[in-house]
Design a protein around this ligand. Sequence first.
Ligand SMILES: C[S@@+](CC[C@H](N)C(=O)[O-])C[C@H]1O[C@@H](n2cnc3c(N)ncnc32)[C@H](O)[C@@H]1O
Length: 414
Amino acid sequence: MSSQLELFHVQEAYSRAQKPLSNEELYESVAEIAGIPQSALSEQSEIGKARVKRSKLKRKIRWYQQTLKTLNLLERVEGERGVWQLSQENKKGLHEALGGVRLLAYSTNLGLAVWSSNKTLFADLNEPVHLCVTSPPYPLRIQRGYGNVAESQWVDFITEALEPIVKNLVPGGSVVLNISNDIFEPKRPSRSLYVERMVIALHDRLGLSLMDRWPWVNLSKPPSPTHWACVNRQQLCSGWEPVFWFTNDPERVRSDNRRVLQPHTEKHQQLMRQGGDSRVASYGDGAYRLRGNAFSAVTEGRIPKNVIHRGHRCADTIEVRRVAKELGLPPHPAMFPTDIPEFAIRFLTEEGDLVVDPFSGSNKSGLAAERNNRRWVACDLVLEYIRTQAELFTSFPGFWLNPALAMVGSSAKN
Ligand SMILES: C[S@@+](CC[C@H](N)C(=O)[O-])C[C@H]1O[C@@H](n2cnc3c(N)ncnc32)[C@H](O)[C@@H]1O
């Protein structure tokens, strides 16, 4: 009978009860949820060397209960012995690491992921950081499952989250943030200035200099802003998001565009072969001149333009969704394609450098770092997302999964 039992049955018993449960109440409820007859609870067998007679089923329920306690998903009810209740569960039923919870979830030879709030994790991480690349929750009015911070508090929220990381940033290290351009003033088709306020706050409070704004042109975005473009018709549909690049020391910035060169176009290759453009001309009042041999130098590749053209489709996103479904967990609702952090990682860091993502979601940043031989540290507040990300790392050298985390999700992976 105990083989029918799953961790989720125990969790479900607490969540159905909506009140604290004594162990006796827990046993009964779990049996009902798991479809095990109540009579099975009193069946006893000899356990251990001492061959003491005990209920194996109850023991397994207590064991799962213990796992939930280890994951901080259960909290003791004050003043009542042996009575436990579910700890913080957010509105959409996702489990958040609140109150300083920090659990090493999984690791590889190059990186580690922690179920934790970024403040808890990075306050104690005294390791030089070369790049922070991340996409924080946007100040959206319609909340995502993981919650969003109100626009009025957002600048404080992001500066507080980045502060402990920036303290550890090596000279010339970078911070790259993908945020939204589509936050509107209440009841108006005009955009919020939170982005501008963020740039100034990161400069004034954290000493970060703005290196660039990379427009991420994403023409596969669904039509939005729905109200202002599709209903009211005063706005155009959004086709891009900003990616901001900051550094703490522009004079020593560690970027190198030779790490992200793109192949030359066929036309440029032909120019190099034929010794360049033979025209002699001057444009823009002499600002640009062709001297008869322009583009003749044979170079390794094309320096990328500071615009990212990229749709949302990404093989890793598809895999994250597949894994989440297999585990019976909610898929992450706001993933960026791995190419976004990968471009930043290759451009701004060298092999062996440390990349961090304090809002990791599906941990595309860790994945890109791992594939490019960079070290990485990532965290997320939501247990379900951390559990799902782990499955994308199983084939990397040194993969280790915390056994307590392995029990989150349906039996398919247990
Ligand atoms: C926009 S999503 C990141 C998506 C990610 N870039 C991806 O591609 O999957 C923001 C994430 O930040 C997490 N989060 C929000 N507040 C947090 C906090 N204080 N500490 C750690 N993670 C947090 C949310 O759970 C959510 O997964």
